[in-house]
Design a binder for this molecule. Structure first.
Ligand code: 5FX
Length: 505
């Protein structure tokens, strides 16, 4: 890693299982990385995979105080590692998409007057109307989805406005459920943030706007006007526009870090806060996608996404506003059964070892001798289905595979689904960029296309650190309007070509 130089930019990612941070210098070189694992570093919240799955197996939440404590902890870890905050010129970040935070009346005043002598958790733990907020793994709002679609004229009509049909995890439907079943908590709420804008609010010392890109994942924002859609707001809950406030550009400089961070950690007073966004939009920036590239992100959720100019919303997949270029968009497909399912089968079929998993995978030929598996441990998003299904080379349903066949069936099944859905949505598959270096070969075989990886594990953090640079440097000095220098030009100026391991031509 490069030594810390005089300019430094931070990108935070509040993802499902951990809080991560990447620091880069003015040449976009990584100088520091750190993380806090929610389950192991903050065991008092008793999460599994960073969440609480409720008894109905559909409701999934995360404690907002866990995220507060995680930020306290990661900043302490950075300070103890000798990180010098006085060089930080700008911060940005991302959060798991769709999750929501409900600030209760009076919270803004607390946020604006944080005492640098105390930690964030002790200062803000009583500032939330909902302690355990809904997150993207929740599938409990089917009724709210049906109501919203019927109110605006159907699934395709809703997709034409917001970029997606109604999805259970999307924030608007979660807000509708809280208004319906916990009206006192809804009425006690003065501001609703996404996880991304909640995190930005902590650094800003005031409520931060929801950005266009993450706001596209709410079934509430018109992705063309980039304003809240009145019919969607009306069909969701009363006084909602007031609780959300106006969305802002994902490239917006929201202000400077608060007095709290200057005094407690030594951030410079002119350290800018650039709008935080969703984790997948953050990854899109971090992977420096060009038109025609397809990104595959393997995480708690798996996603396939690409940079597009012309949005064509459908009832499958999602169209979000682009986090880097206000005139572009991003297309995304999301799969809920990602790393948690791969870890379950690694534990059951390879003794918990990734080396054993890889050996088993390589021991069975590509195509798995015709055996195919579908592994939906939890209700899947794409398609909305659940259950484990195995078929042999004669298309007969079978109950078990050998351990090696099971492992290859899982990986090939997950990647085949990605290819089928990507092609069905018209994604042109020419080059793939994978966020991690695992499973490269299988992905390349399944897509029959060259696969690259980026050389930093935390693509969302990296993308947000890039966005911090972009927001700080490439902005006219006299106003906070959108900068003239595009981020892709910035990359051309600031750094060498993407460091990629090119697997196969
Ligand atoms: O729901 C998703 C995207 O639509 C997931 O990828 C979450 O962003 C994961 F945090």
């Amino acid at each position: 890693m490069a030594a810390q130089t005089d300019s430094c930019y931070l990108g935070f990612d509040f993802s499902t299982q951990q809080l991560k941070v990447v620091a880069i210098d003015g040449n976009l070189q990584v100088t520091h990385q750190n993380n806090v694992q929610f389950d192991s570093d903050l065991p008092e919240f008793r999460t599994q995979g960073g969440v609480h799955i409720h008894e109905d197996r559909l409701t999934v939440t995360s404690p907002v105080c866990m995220w507060l404590k995680a930020l306290d902890l990661i900043l302490e870890k950075m300070k103890n590692a000798g990180f010098d905050f006085s060089h930080v010129k700008a911060v940005s970040g991302s959060g798991q998409q769709h999750g929501s935070v409900y600030w209760k009346k009076g919270a803004r005043r607390a946020l604006q007057h944080l005492d640098p002598g105390r930690d964030l958790h002790s200062l803000l733990q009583d500032s939330f109307a909902v302690q355990d907020g809904p997150v993207w793994m929740d599938s409990s709002t089917a009724k709210q989805c049906q109501y919203l679609e019927s109110a605006v004229g159907g699934a395709q009509q809703l997709a034409d406005i917001t970029g997606s049909r109604a999805y259970e995890r999307f924030t608007g439907n979660q807000i509708a459920k809280i208004h319906q079943f916990q009206p006192d908590k809804y009425n006690e709420t003065e501001r609703i943030s996404l996880v991304s804008s909640f995190a930005a609010s902590l650094f800003l010392g005031d409520y931060a706007a929801i950005d266009y890109s993450d706001g596209s994942g709410m079934n509430l924002m018109d992705i063309f006007t980039k304003q809240w859609s009145e019919p969607c707001l009306k069909a969701t809950a009363p006084q909602l526009a007031e609780k959300l406030s106006d969305p802002a550009s994902s490239t917006a400089a929201l202000g400077f870090v608060s007095h709290y961070f200057v005094k407690r950690f030594g951030f410079p007073e002119d350290c800018k806060v650039i709008a935080f966004t969703g984790d997948n939009p953050g990854s899109l920036a971090g992977m420096r996608l060009q038109e025609g590239d397809i990104a595959v992100s393997l995480g708690t959720s798996d996603t396939v996404f690409l940079w597009i100019k012309e949005p064509r919303p459908t009832v499958e997949g999602h169209i979000f506003c682009n986090p880097v270029d206000n005139l572009s968009y991003m297309a995304l497909i999301c799969y809920k059964n990602g790393s948690l399912t791969r870890e379950r089968i690694r534990n059951e079929c390879a003794g918990g070892s990734w080396e054993g998993f890889s050996r088993a995978l390589r021991s069975v030929p590509m195509g798995n001798n015709g055996n195919i598996g579908i592994y939906f441990d939890a209700m899947e998003i794409t398609p909305p289905a659940v259950g484990i299904h195995r078929f042999d080379q004669h298309n007969r349903r079978v109950d078990t595979f050998t351990q090696e066949v099971e492992i290859r069936a899982l990986v090939e099944g997950q990647f085949l689904a990605k290819r089928v859905h990507a092609q069905k949505l018209g994604y042109k598959i020419s080059k793939l960029i994978l966020t991690s270096s695992v499973l490269l070969q299988v992905l390349s075989d399944i897509f029959n296309a060259p696969v690259y990886t980026i050389d930093v594990a935390n693509s969302a953090c990296l993308g947000c650190a890039y966005r911090a640079v972009h927001g700080k440097i490439y902005r006219c000095k006299h106003c906070l309007t959108c900068c003239s220098q595009s981020m892709l030009e910035m990359f051309a100026i600031k750094c060498s070509p993407l460091n990629v391991d090119h697997l196969r031509y």
